[in-house]
Design a protein around this ligand. Structure first.
Ligand code: V47
Length: 377
């Protein structure tokens, strides 16, 4: 299917818009940056059709009609965790039958399943184990690379990194360069949650601060290690908190250029201490994708993580600015299924991923972890 909708090349701002919205839309169409208060106005007042058109305009300028996926799997080394984040449905105490801890030989066995396959990335993330140190984190990477020498290892959230690097009494830069020596290729976006201090104090009081998260990603970028950024939304945060969160990411990206993608993660409420909040609806998800795409003009890719959204909602997210849907996954992650996401066994074939993208009217493109094209479908 060809991507020919005229509004992506010539979009006329409706005369019927209120003055503030008209001014914001004009800035966006003219390629100017919007600020935090303008993002809040979009969240509060823009209708879905306008948000979709503006987000598509920005996305089309950056990514054309391409929508990316990759062939990947996860390794989740443990769900023991020294922290007690209230939104987490995943962590368990050591005596809980639902807890797990992988040894290096378990990790070796998991990696061996992919010998001879054309998977390009492993995403390694888990709880923060009280006894592991930086060398163990390094050895996990080395174990994977011994079995799969060409795989890209995207590993460890800034929360895990902060813990082990500080435990080793090293600077972030030194700790990350040690892990790079072991084979770390890039860093996933987890642990950002919402940077606002008051919200963070309420939803994850004891873990690494917003400043630590940003410093770790900055140190990584300065060492040539690319990373992603996430935002956990749909709990107790305000629109201003979301816009300020994205502003911190946009500011850092201006300095380093090291973020590959931004990933809005919708709070899923099952089996955690914030269950009473319930969940925001799909319309709110789509509005959030669109404002993210418009606001983060310097982060090339906006990821709609399909295991969290489900297949049909991922198609809709593509119509609201997303250009990446993550990968094949192969039923190797539990974070979202344990929090009640639709996909209880997340696994997708390439045929299904490419069909999802075609159903959304776009061009499926397999990418590697740095968004280099592997294959056009
Ligand atoms: O930091 C935890 C989130 C993140 C819940 O970089 C929850 O490519 C919603 O970072 N409801 C970890 N979200 C996952 C993550 C990620 C996922 C996909 C791709 C990439 C990437 C990174 O998951 C945590 C937290 O923000 N999370 N519990 C929950 N109940």
């Amino acid at each position: 299917m060809e991507f020919t909708t005229p509004l992506f090349s010539e979009f006329k701002i409706p005369d019927t818009l209120s003055k503030p919205l008209h001014n914001i839309a004009t800035k966006i169409v003219d390629g100017q940056r919007i600020d935090v208060s303008e993002a809040v106005t979009l969240y509060e007042n823009a209708d879905l059709a306008l948000l979709s058109q503006l987000a598509n305009l920005i996305n089309y300028r950056i990514n054309g009609s391409n929508v990316y996926f990759n062939k990947n799997f996860h390794i989740e080394p443990t769900n023991l965790c020294v922290f007690n984040c209230k939104f987490c449905s995943y962590h368990r105490g050591a005596s809980d039958p639902l807890s797990w801890v992988l040894s290096l030989s378990d990790i070796e066995e998991q990696a061996k399943k992919y010998i001879g396959s054309d998977v390009t990335e492993v995403h390694v993330v888990g709880g923060v184990h009280p006894k592991w140190d930086i060398d163990y984190y390094g050895k996990m990477i080395k174990t994977i690379k011994k079995i799969l020498p060409n795989i890209h290892v995207k590993a460890y959230s800034a929360i895990e990194l902060d813990y082990v690097i500080r435990k080793a009494k090293l600077s972030y830069s030194k700790g990350l360069s040690i892990l790079k020596e072991y084979g770390l290729d890039s860093i996933p976006g987890g642990g950002a949650e919402i940077f606002d201090h008051e919200v963070r104090e309420k939803i994850c009081p004891d873990k690494a601060s917003s400043e630590a998260w940003l410093q770790i990603h900055q140190a990584a970028h300065e060492l040539g290690i690319a990373s992603n950024a996430t935002m956990l939304y749909g709990h107790i945060e305000s629109y201003k908190n979301r816009a300020e969160h994205m502003n911190a990411i946009r500011n850092l990206q201006d300095k380093t250029g090291g973020f590959n993608s931004f990933i809005p993660l919708k709070f899923r409420s099952a089996n955690n201490q914030l269950e009473y909040l319930g969940e925001v609806n799909l319309v709110e998800d789509l509005r959030n994708f669109a404002v993210s795409r418009i606001f983060l003009d310097n982060v090339k890719h906006l990821k709609a993580y399909w295991p969290m959204l489900g297949v049909e909602n991922t198609k809709l997210a593509i119509a609201f600015g997303a250009d990446d849907i993550d990968g094949t996954i192969d039923d190797t992650t539990k974070i979202y299924s344990m929090a009640g996401a639709e996909e209880q066994k997340p696994v997708m074939t390439v045929e299904k991923l490419t069909q999802l993208i075609r159903d959304a009217g776009r061009q499926p493109v397999e990418r590697d972890s740095l968004y280099r094209i592997v294959k056009m479908y």
